[in-house]
Design a binder for this molecule. Sequence first.
Ligand SMILES: [Zn+2]
Ligand SMILES: [Zn+2]
Length: 302
Amino acid sequence: MLESLQPLFEHFDPIPYAIPFFLVTFILEYWILTHQKHEPYDVKDGAASVTMGVGSIFTTLAAKSVAYLIFMYIYDNYRLFDLSPTTWWFWVLLALGDDFSFYWHHRLSHEVRLLWAAHVNHHSSQQYNLATALRQSWTEEIYKFAFWVWLPLLGFHPLMIFVQMSFSLIYQYWIHTTLINRLPRPIEFIFNTPSHHRVHHASNVRYLDKNYAGILIIWDRFFGTFGPELDKEPVIYGITTNIHTYNPLKIASHEFIALFKDFHKARTWRDAFNYLVQPPGWSPDGSTKTAKVLQRELKELS
Ligand SMILES: [Zn+2]
Ligand SMILES: [Zn+2]
């Protein structure tokens, strides 16, 4: 078993090379926010985010090992083409395929409550800075790789896929900041930027469930989930019901507990099932509201 995982541990991974860049920019951002701009910086919240990031390294490694074995099995037995890593434009295709998978994985992580229970911790900080980027889930990886399973089937080697996923993760680090305003229009049109991702981290009703992009914002534009950052509506960071805790165990589990309680109180199996698969906020009697309902009400008011 360990022998078959050997290539996974030995392959090139860009993340360790990015860590010095993470550290320098992390400290620089802290210094600018506190000493130059005199803005509040919740250090305990930042520490909680870093703890989540460190914890996720272990859960990711475990999930990645399982995914690697499954991907290799598919690649070895069922691949449709040979998409060799030495052909440069296969990497371009892979980058697009990876980003497409990321979009749908991320979108369903917001639209299906069971998946939201795993993803929510990336959104539970009420501040938005580079530390927030590190607030990674401990449980999301369990289902995440399922969205990438078509890539080894197509003929991309699993290690190529993991390299590209790491590049995507690194890309998504720098967009977690308020220090970069809007970028030139062509960049804002094509790429996910700090402005677009600020909207994604907003708890304002208007901004809920927008901008699921990884690297390219074009998927949101294409599938109708794009929302621009508006000057008239400053972003309020966090989730619609904030959790006010620095405890990593609570950060990782609070929505699973809330979901379990709802599941338990459901009167029929159909309701119980719906609690798992309907969007967050769904209830059988409509006493709690989903983002879609809240946005419809907002539209009717304005
Ligand atoms: Zn999200
Ligand atoms: Zn984010």
